[in-house]
Write a protein that binds this ligand. Structure first.
Ligand SMILES: Cc1cc2nc3c(=O)[nH]c(=O)nc-3n(C[C@H](O)[C@H](O)[C@H](O)COP(=O)(O)OP(=O)(O)OC[C@H]3O[C@@H](n4cnc5c(N)ncnc54)[C@H](O)[C@@H]3O)c2cc1C
Length: 459
């Protein structure tokens, strides 16, 4: 078989590259070893958001008496997981159908490079390609001694398929996956303890963004222990006993039922025989690429998690588009900033520069903030914690934004557009936003940066 564009891996980065390549007139084949949709649709973004939404409904019911509504939820986790699987199935079927409709040839199997123009699929077929896009994704990092083959040691995929909430769950790692899954299981009634080697959760975010999340998980009963690294575990009767150690060598033990290890993800390159294609990786195993996704091999591109940070589905989709359009000889779009979201409650969402990053780039930033405690809409939804912050350059162009609060994941899109298009604070402030909405907070933050906020005190 011969193809102009071969895509290896059918996750969000790969299927996007394949579809865009086909849309641009290329003859495209997509090889996928597992399930189309990759980690994101099958074991990541979608299942976790489905369970956050399902358990969010439980939480709303449990606290609805504040609004004079009295209900006691009964949760059948097996049914919730089956509902989540139904959502996943509809989406993965949809992606496969979109690939076919666009003329992408789907090949089932594991691909490995034979040389710079050929891959072998494990069923014995060989595919010759002019250009290839590697989109093989990532997998959870194993902690030494905590192999995922042991029954009580879960990775995120196992956790998202659990049909029973463990009475006691130890989560190792307070990154975004650890925090989202802690929220899910705490809402399902598990007694959740988190151990984190660092002194803070979600280290890429400022503490004013993470503090409201820490408060809310504490309210759910999650106990987070910072500065502790999990070192080993053993079974003691029905208990799983995990030992942790601080930097000073102080040990603690936790007796739990299951352990979720969420300490990061590593690239999937094993078995690909990258050397045969002259594709090089960096010292952490991620495939090295330039701004268009081109690897050290002229005709091989790498996109998504396998090409390193930011390891996010939407970043991978953008990279897939850039690589496919480059192969098609076009001038691909340039992303000025990649938004990132933690889907805890409240959510954290960021895009572009924060005030310190702006200063580090030589900008004397104009900063405006609006608290959700002053938002009528936030109050009506009982989620009035957090704030929207806008960061602008001296000429008023928005260069970033940070949100912690309700629907931050949705609200960040307006700020993303502002950063991408160089929209000014004036333009955001002058745009009439519907009332009462959460999005008014962005307009108010712009007004605040300009020293003329109506619904919050100006400095
Ligand atoms: C629990 C969890 C929650 C997440 N939540 C979010 C979120 O809310 N938002 C967000 O943006 N990101 C989220 N992510 C991250 C997101 O899932 C990844 O960034 C995204 O899936 C990366 O896409 P990808 O296409 O690079 O790789 P993947 O989705 O990992 O897909 C790679 C595909 O390649 C296939 N493959 C690998 N090797 C071969 C081979 N040799 N031959 C053929 N096929 C091969 C694999 O089977 C897989 O299907 C989450 C991740 C997890 C684990």
């Amino acid at each position: 078989m011969e193809t102009e564009l071969l895509v290896v891996g059918g996750g969000p980065a790969g299927y996007t590259a394949a579809i865009r390549g086909a849309q641009r007139g290329l003859d495209v084949a997509l090889v996928e070893d597992g399930l189309i949709g990759g980690t994101c649709l099958n074991h990541g973004c979608i299942p976790s958001k489905a369970l956050l939404s399902g358990t969010g409904t439980v939480h709303e019911m449990e606290t609805a008496s504040e609004m004079g509504i009295y209900v006691e939820p009964y949760v059948d986790l097996g049914e919730m997981v089956a509902w989540k699987d139904g959502v996943v199935d509809r989406l993965t079927d949809g992606v496969a159908a979109l690939c076919r409709q666009n003329g992408v040839e789907l090949v089932d199997g594991f691909a490995r490079f034979v040389d710079e123009r050929t891959v072998a699929v494990d069923d014995g077929r060989e595919i010759e390609f002019e250009n290839a896009v590697l989109a093989t994704g990532s997998r959870p990092i194993t902690l030494p001694g905590f192999g995922f083959d042991a029954d009580p040691i879960w990775d995120s995929r196992r956790a998202l398929a659990a049909e029973r909430a463990p009475p006691r769950l130890l989560v190792v790692g307070a990154g975004y996956i650890g925090m989202e899954l802690s929220t899910i299981f705490a809402r399902l009634g598990s007694d959740v303890t988190v151990v984190e080697m660092l002194e803070e959760p979600l280290p890429q975010y400022e503490s004013d963004l993470t503090d409201p999340v820490l408060e809310s998980v504490a309210e759910l009963g999650v106990d987070i222990n910072f500065g502790e690294a999990a070192t080993n575990w053993h079974e003691d009767g029905r208990d799983v006993v995990v030992t942790t150690e601080t930097e000073d060598g102080e040990e603690s033990t936790y007796s739990v039922d299951e352990v979720l290890v969420a300490v990061g993800r590593e690239p999937v390159t094993a078995g690909l025989n990258l050397g045969a294609a002259a594709v090089e990786t960096d010292d952490r195993g991620f495939v090295e690429t330039d701004e268009h996704g081109r690897t050290t091999a002229e005709n091989v591109f790498a996109v998504g998690d396998v090409a390193g940070e930011p390891m996010l589905a939407h970043a991978g989709m953008h990279e897939g588009i850039v690589a496919a359009e480059t192969v098609a000889g076009e001038d691909p779009p340039e992303a000025r900033a990649v938004p990132a979201v933690v889907f805890t409650a409240p959510e954290i969402a960021t895009v572009g520069l924060n005030p310190d990053e702006a200063r580090a780039e030589g900008i004397d930033p104009l900063v405006g903030e609006f608290p959700f405690s002053a938002s009528g809409r936030a109050m009506t939804t009982r989620e009035a914690t957090g704030f929207v912050r806008l960061v602008a350059a001296g000429d008023g162009r928005v260069v970033g934004g940070q949100i912690v609060g309700p629907e931050a994941s949705e609200l960040i899109a307006e700020i993303g557009l502002a950063v991408q298009e160089g929209v000014t604070l004036e333009a955001v402030a002058e745009t009439i936003h519907t009332h009462p909405t959460l999005s008014e907070a962005t307009m108010e933050a712009a007004e605040h940066a300009l020293g003329r906020a109506i619904h919050t005190a100006n400095r």
